[in-house]
Design a protein around this ligand. Structure first.
Ligand code: TYD
Length: 208
């Protein structure tokens, strides 16, 4: 009998703590004996990691909004072909830090209304949604101060400031309503362990 893999994504605004939660979940599931692939977007395969530095470093005006959608989608396609699909075919649990919902939000909302374009390209080139998406909902101001506290060269989206954070938070909550069959929303304005407990409960239920 072949076991089906589970494709799980984490979404949320910058500084929502989703990357830490994804890591903690991966550790927890591994301890329970699951075969887990922890990955992220943009990135998650050699080619997609190269595209990651193209989109997240350097001048924010380097790419037009449309070119940016193409680059994120190109990265996702490579990630899907090389990392996600093979792991799911082997029955693994794939935990991905951000996926297409991030493109729907960041590229779909931040520089005009391009959601239609994002969705069209997604249908054409990706055509796969996660089995389960965990949205870590977070107060935009707290998220921003956390994100700004991190050092690094990848500042691309954090640079847009509080307005964008607020817009992204509302957008993610609306997206959770739109795709309510696969989204679960968790209150991220609590200590990490309480958030992690909720994440574990939801995922273990999905795995049963
Ligand atoms: P990420 O590494 O998840 O950063 P963080 O942990 O701070 O959330 O994502 C990097 C940035 O890339 C983030 O600002 C959101 C942005 N992004 C997009 O704009 N579109 C996308 O499709 C994805 C996957 C990420």
């Amino acid at each position: 009998m072949t076991k089906a893999g589970l494709f799980l994504t984490f979404e949320g605004i910058d500084g929502s703590g989703k990357s830490s939660q994804a890591r903690m979940l991966a550790d927890h599931l591994r301890n329970l004996g699951h075969d887990v692939v922890l990955t992220r977007e943009p990135g998650g395969s050699a080619g997609a990691e190269e595209i990651r530095s193209l989109v997240l470093e350097g001048d924010p005006d380097r790419w037009s909004a449309e070119t940016e959608i193409l680059l994120f989608t190109a990265a996702r396609r490579d990630h899907l072909e090389r990392t996600i699909r093979p792991a799911l075919a082997e029955g693994k649990v794939v935990i991905c830090d951000r996926f297409a919902d991030s493109t729907r939000m960041y590229q779909g909302l931040s520089r005009g209304d391009l959601r239609g374009l994002v969705d069209q390209l997604h249908k054409l080139m990706i055509g796969r949604e996660p089995d389960l998406t965990i949205l870590i909902d977070m107060d935009p101001e707290t998220g921003l101060s956390r994100a700004k506290g991190r050092q690094g060269t990848e500042e691309r989206f954090e640079d847009f400031g509080l307005d964008l954070q607020q817009q992204m938070r509302a957008g993610f909550l609306a997206l959770a309503d739109e795709f309510s069959d696969r989204f679960r929303v968790i209150d991220g304005n609590r200590d990490m362990d309480s958030v992690a407990q909720d994440v574990t409960d939801i995922v273990l239920k999905a795995l049963r």
